[in-house]
Write a protein that binds this ligand. Structure first.
Ligand SMILES: NC(=O)c1ccc[n+]([C@@H]2O[C@H](COP(=O)([O-])OP(=O)(O)OC[C@H]3O[C@@H](n4cnc5c(N)ncnc54)[C@H](O)[C@@H]3O)[C@@H](O)[C@H]2O)c1
Length: 442
């Protein structure tokens, strides 16, 4: 064995030992919905964790023991910070002292629906300044297959370090489901694939210290594709039921009853439900990362484009339902007061990113409606004309010409709402089993 070979082996072995005895210094870049829960899990597992984020108020809040993510408890952050297990900084020079780095920065779409890689690139540029032998880097941001090997790897090995020997690089898709009380970062199986077998081994060893179940795969591309398959599967199936909802409307069939009955089949069927449109950072966005990459490989992702189109029609479909309901009462959308009940993109969370409620509000306002909203989790939203604040629910429902249930938050008492509302458009089947004449279902 060459001298270099011995040194290289030592790098992996040393890191492996530090990970196993939890003396590895862990870094998490991007302290959002994905990064903060991950940082907390590793700190709880006994590692010393440093979070890096560009937004100084987030850094300050963590360092003062405060959580700003609904699924991360205040008590956990406060005690981990007090114990010295968790801290945050906006200074990337700390990377020089870190043994592992997880990159959890945003991966949005550009207006053209092309991947916006600027956050990953800028994080990697900073890491590259302080990259050192014996370091494990894991990209967690959802992205197109090939990103880790083609984009991240050259940035980290520019200084001559060799992957799989001097430094280690993996991709591991994040599967967090905000607001899910049953499955959280710790008990969601973690898929990880490395550039080399040594990278995969170290990545799997790392996650096994803090998470319950690790699933190693043979490459970064497989790991990247896993996430895109999962989210594309959801997006396309939601597109299918949304199209069925539009068909059922024409045929006067209750789509919800159809799905409930179909779901009694004990095999070969999985229920998906229609709704006012897709929301959040994953389902409406990630499949377009795949279609972009697939186009480069010469294959058009037709299922994705079609489901994207159908799902994009849903806010319009909801507004049409509002219009038809108002017309039946001898009113027009123009000049009517429409109250939106729930603006978060799904139940029991405070996140409005890509929420269909924003589209529905915009479409109604464009047609001349006066729009208000209430949401127990969201105090205010940004709309085209500025900031809109949540109003008193019962007062607004009593005054409105129509109320639209866009988000079905749990623990909502719908009985007085049904009694007070002139007209309710229920896009989530929140009023299941109730047949009052003022209810219109999707
Ligand atoms: N939110 C989810 O439910 C979810 C689920 C699975 C996967 N993901 C994926 O995980 C990734 C992160 O998503 P998120 O929801 O946590 O985003 P987020 O916006 O909540 O958090 C990202 C954080 O990264 C920080 N940041 C941006 N650029 C940075 C940089 N160069 N250096 C340091 N910090 C930087 C931002 O300030 C922000 O705090 C995305 O790729 C997303 O698609 C998200």
């Amino acid at each position: 064995m060459t001298t270099t070979g011995t040194a290289l082996l030592t790098s992996a072995a040393q890191l492996s030992e530090k990970i196993s005895n939890k003396t590895a210094k862990v870094g998490i870049i991007g302290l959002g919905y994905v990064g903060l829960p991950l940082a907390v899990e590793f700190a709880k597992a006994g590692f010393s964790v440093t979070g890096i984020d560009l937004i100084q108020p987030k850094v300050d809040r963590i360092n003062s023991g405060e959580s700003y993510i609904q699924d991360v408890s205040q008590e956990d952050v406060a005690s981990l910070v007090a114990e010295g297990k968790l801290r945050a900084t906006s200074d990337f020079s700390v990377v020089a002292e870190l043994d592992t780095i997880n990159i959890c920065v945003p991966t949005p779409l550009r207006k053209t629906k092309d991947p916006d890689m600027s956050f990953i690139v800028s994080a990697c540029q900073e890491i590259a300044k302080f990259v050192h032998p014996g370091m494990l880097t894991i990209l967690e941001s959802t992205t197109y297959p090939g990103t880790t090997d083609e984009l991240v790897l050259p940035m980290l090995t520019g200084s001559g370090l060799k992957v799989g020997e001097d430094l280690f690089l993996c991709f591991s898709p994040e599967r967090v489901d905000p607001g899910n009380p049953k499955f959280q970062t710790r008990n969601i199986p973690k898929v990880v694939g490395g550039v080399t077998p040594a990278c995969t081994q170290l990545g799997a060893l790392f996650y096994a210290q803090a998470l319950e179940n690790v699933v190693p795969v043979s490459s970064t591309q497989v790991a990247e594709m896993v996430k895109l398959l999962e989210n594309t599967f959801r997006m396309i199936n939601i597109g299918l039921v949304n199209e069925l909802a539009m068909m059922c409307e024409r045929m006067s069939i209750n789509i919800w009853e159809v799905i409930d009955a179909a779901a009694t089949k004990p095999f070969g069927f999985m229920p998906f439900y229609p709704g006012p449109g897709l929301g959040g950072h994953c389902i409406p966005i990630d499949p377009f990362y795949l279609s972009w990459k697939s186009k480069q490989a010469g294959i058009e992702a037709r299922f994705i484009e079609l489901a994207g189109y159908i799902n994009g029609q849903m806010p319009h479909f909801v507004v049409e339902k509002v219009q038809n309901g108002l017309n039946d009462l001898g009113k027009a959308v123009k000049g009517s007061h429409v109250h939106i009940l729930g603006v978060a993109y799904k139940r029991d969370i405070d996140d409005v990113r890509e929420s269909p409620a924003l589209d529905i509000i915009h479409l109604l306002q464009r047609r001349g409606a006066k729009v208000t909203f209430s949401d127990p989790h969201v105090p205010s939203i940004r709309i085209e004309d500025g900031i809109m604040t949540s109003t008193d629910l019962m007062e607004a429902v009593g005054q409105a010409d129509a109320t639209v249930i866009v988000t079905d938050h749990a623990n909502m008492d719908y009985k007085p709402i049904i009694e007070r509302a002139a007209l309710i458009i229920d896009t989530r089947n929140a009023l299941r089993g109730c047949n009052a004449p003022n209810i219109i279902r999707l």
